[in-house]
Design a protein around this ligand. Sequence first.
Ligand code: MN
Length: 145
Amino acid sequence: MSTVRKFKDFGWENVPVLAYKEGGPYKGVTRQILFEGQDTLPAQWRYFEVEPGGHSTLERHEHIHYVLILRGRGRCLVGEDISQIGEHDLIEVPTLTWHQFRADVDAPLGFLCLVSAIRDKPQLPDAEDLAALRRSPAVGEFIRP
Ligand code: MN
């Protein structure tokens, strides 16, 4: 494969646009795997795009994420923190921290996300987790379906 893959329309040459299918409830999210990593850099670098009004899965896991917003705007939940996010903002998702990304209703939200190649499966909230999250009204509003 060429060392350079040109960027066009928030896609890249020879990078297929995949369904986002980690499981769990989400809406309007695509996934592109930009780099698969190798022994000397065991990481995967992905680009996710959330359509206007869409959202990623509410989840947590032991592995961490490093995120850079590349397109659009929205909000994210990381732990109990809800933040407005836009192009070029950086977000760190710590270990075992609930997180979810939501695009604004009138803009997509596209972001680069770096993860370890060796990682645990995302956990989805059970009824008890959801009840704990909803103790904060702002978090409860954010994680609504
Ligand atoms: Mn995650």
